[in-house]
Design a protein around this ligand. Structure first.
Ligand code: F6P
Length: 376
């Protein structure tokens, strides 16, 4: 009797990022063309697995998507164990298991960031065969050298800083550019270095606004009356970082429902306050330096559009390596980028962890050496 043809499910979850389609194509083309497997796409993240919303992936659906931004499968931030169905939050793991059996799947490939790695591990613990690929513009997935999406977003953020330079220069202004990255500073630090920002603020190094103003004033004294401040969306002042740390510790220590509720309220209030952080920073700098300040929030521009060449290569090689692992029935892993190669890393070692910028990272040292103020 011949070997059973393997059937793979594939989905994209979490925030979209450039390179998702290149990765779907990398998995799909290798699985179909090289191994003769079948592949079914599930729409809108884990929700597609619950609601049986599918897209059969074949030669024609996989053609022409390498350069396309977003994801042809759609995405969502739905979690298998806490999904809103008809207005109620429900655990849909059992439904996903039934559908997995119903479609005769041998494995589900989940393309996503930190949250997706956790959700994939949950499905693996529920008995499904799962493999993940690391995707996010934030580059904060643990145990992989890099994630696809990051290089493209880095290019976009850098180009934006380049453009802001000329207008800041003409008007003798401070321009504060807010860059995404969730609670990691990779994108801001990378773009800040590449785009020659005068100040780079990242979540890993809480800042002191006085020190930033001093650096800007020093520039003014030496005849340069403009400054570019690259600020990560997750960056915060030392006081705010201390308040957040204490609220998070309070939540960890809370034993009663009442204490948990209190700690959560405190955290939510801090989050609300943080939404205005970049505007507040620009205002403080204007007051302290007497230079006009403007804010540019890069936002979703960083996630949109065609992936750059580096992301296409990374997504294709991770996707293709993923099909190899499925062929070997090596499940329960994330396909990590390691140097020029790839490495399967057990999901338990990835889920729930975040790769942040180490304070002594070479990018941090480099930024300091070329005279960039890091706010500390
Ligand atoms: O993880 C990617 C990311 O763009 C983060 O940089 C950002 O904090 C978040 O997603 C925004 O999420 P949403 O798309 O849900 O607004």
């Amino acid at each position: 009797m011949g070997k059973k043809i393997k059937r793979i499910g594939i989905l994209t979850a979490g925030g979209d990022s450039p390179g998702l389609n290149a990765a779907i194509r990398g998995v799909g083309k290798t699985a179909l063309g090289h191994y003769g497997m079948e592949i079914i796409g599930f729409r809108d993240g884990f929700r597609g697995l619950v609601e049986n919303r599918r897209l059969k992936l074949d030669k024609s659906t996989l053609a022409g998507i390498l350069t396309v931004g977003g994801t042809i499968l759609g995405t969502s931030r739905d979690k298998p164990h806490r999904m809103v169905i008809d207005g109620k939050t429900r655990d849909m793991t059992a439904v996903i298991k039934d559908n997995y059996k119903k479609w005769g799947l041998d494995c589900v490939v989940c393309l996503g960031g930190g949250g997706t790695q956790k959700n994939a591990l949950r499905l693996q613990e529920a008995g499904l065969n799962v493999i993940t690929l690391p995707k996010t513009i934030d580059n904060d997935v643990a145990m992989t050298d890099s994630t696809f999406g990051f290089a493209t977003a880095l290019g976009i953020a850098t180009e934006t800083l380049d453009r802001l330079h000329s207008t800041a220069h003409s008007h003798h202004r401070i321009i504060v550019a807010e860059i995404m990255g969730h609670r990691a500073g990779w994108l801001t630090l990378g773009a800040g270095i590449a785009g020659g920002a005068d100040v780079i603020l990242i979540p890993e190094i809480p800042y002191d606004v006085i020190k930033i103003a001093d650096a800007i004033r020093r520039r003014s004294r030496s005849g340069t009356n403009f400054s570019i401040v690259a600020v990560a969306e997750g960056a915060m002042s030392r006081d705010d970082a201390r308040a957040l740390d204490s609220a998070e510790k309070k939540l960890e220590r809370a034993r009663t429902l009442h204490d948990k509720k209190e700690a959560k309220i405190e955290l939510a209030a801090l989050e609300v306050r943080h939404t205005g952080n970049t505007m507040r920073l620009a205002k403080q700098l204007e007051e302290l330096t007497h230079l006009e300040s403007r804010v540019t929030i890069l936002g979703y521009v960083q996630r949109g559009g065609t992936p750059c060449a580096a992301d296409r290569v990374l997504a294709t090689r991770l996707g293709s390596a993923c099909a190899d692992l499925i062929n070997e029935e090596h499940y329960g892993v994330m396909v990590a980028a390691r140097g020029d190669g790839t490495e399967p890393v057990p999901l338990e070692r990835v889920a729930g962890k975040r790769k942040v910028v180490p304070p002594e990272h070479s990018w941090v040292k480099t930024a300091r050496r070329v005279g960039t103020c890091l706010g500390d």
